[in-house]
Design a protein around this ligand. Sequence first.
Ligand SMILES: NC(=O)c1ccc[n+]([C@@H]2O[C@H](COP(=O)([O-])OP(=O)(O)OC[C@H]3O[C@@H](n4cnc5c(N)ncnc54)[C@H](OP(=O)(O)O)[C@@H]3O)[C@@H](O)[C@H]2O)c1
Length: 339
Amino acid sequence: MATLSDKKQFLGGQLFGSTYIPKGADLSGKTVVVTGANTGIGFECAKHLARLNVATLILGCRSLQKGNTAKNVITRNIDCKTTVIEVWELDLASYQSVLAFAERVRTTLPRLDAFIANAGVRLMQFTLAEGIETTITVNVISNMLLNLGVLPKLRETSAEHGIATTLTIVGSMMHIFGPPESIALPLDGKVIDTFDLLSDPATADMGPRYSLSKTLIHAVLSQLATVASRPGQHEQVIVNWVNPGWCASELDRHKTAPPLIQRLAFAVMGRTAEQGSHTLVHAVVAGKQTHGCYLSECRAKPESEFLRSEKGVEVRERLWQELMVRIKKISPETAGFIE
Ligand SMILES: NC(=O)c1ccc[n+]([C@@H]2O[C@H](COP(=O)([O-])OP(=O)(O)OC[C@H]3O[C@@H](n4cnc5c(N)ncnc54)[C@H](OP(=O)(O)O)[C@@H]3O)[C@@H](O)[C@H]2O)c1
């Protein structure tokens, strides 16, 4: 569970930290993909990218209708005549949809300068998607399947243009609240796969499930950073992950109305989705010094004490192995991109 120092860092950042769009940022000529771009933080991020003159902006959305509405709002309200905006269908609850999206990125885009893996869900009811509890499928497994699926294009663009490209994953400060005891432990000498264990309706605890999904994704990202670029290939893919902060968005659409104390706390320290979206834009333009970093309030911060502990390091390694075994079963081709 979150330690005092974790909570202090979270509250300190949320209360006193600020977010910003780096001065002078310009994305002319660049191609950027944002997932979950039809609403909330992803939508605000897409608007900023358009303001920064991005040449091609792909909005990855599970509803084409919602995506097109978002696109129309952007083109109507932002002076971005040089930006080409496309809406592509993506449903992270379906591996087939994720693989098709990644293949489309690899085979049809002339270049990919940045990929922002923003889409995510917070569910309160237990459901399954692809045989795994849906929050875990969407926020963790599909998210990683997609990140790995677009890596070849990020590498190719980097090598061809002699630039660093960026893979930014939206994590959360909520990762500090993921209960470590929920992460699979050896039982009578037999290790149960974490993702299967979390998908048992009889034992699944949906209260902290969203936080746990963020603990899981944070746990594997430093390893992803180490394999994103291949040695000797003249490519550099920056991998960073961001906490946008506690923001007003549709994330809690499946929850009942929050208690008064939570509403008061939000009034004191909450951010708008627009403020939170600065952190995604910052991560995309901040450059090489952010490679392998967790960013919060637009600067590198330590992750939870648990993830940095000896046990946490052990869990990170095991989760990475489990995830790679699973991804290999889903798509040997995608797993092959980092082998
Ligand atoms: N809001 C916060 O306080 C906060 C804090 C820390 C981190 N975050 C993270 O920020 C990211 C954006 O969240 P948000 O707050 O902007 O929430 P949001 O308003 O609910 O937006 C989430 C986006 O993800 C999309 N999405 C959900 N399930 C999907 C699926 N199966 N396939 C494809 N797209 C899917 C949604 O599409 P639909 O509209 O079609 O559902 C929507 O576009 C998430 O990763 C979230 O965990 C949020």
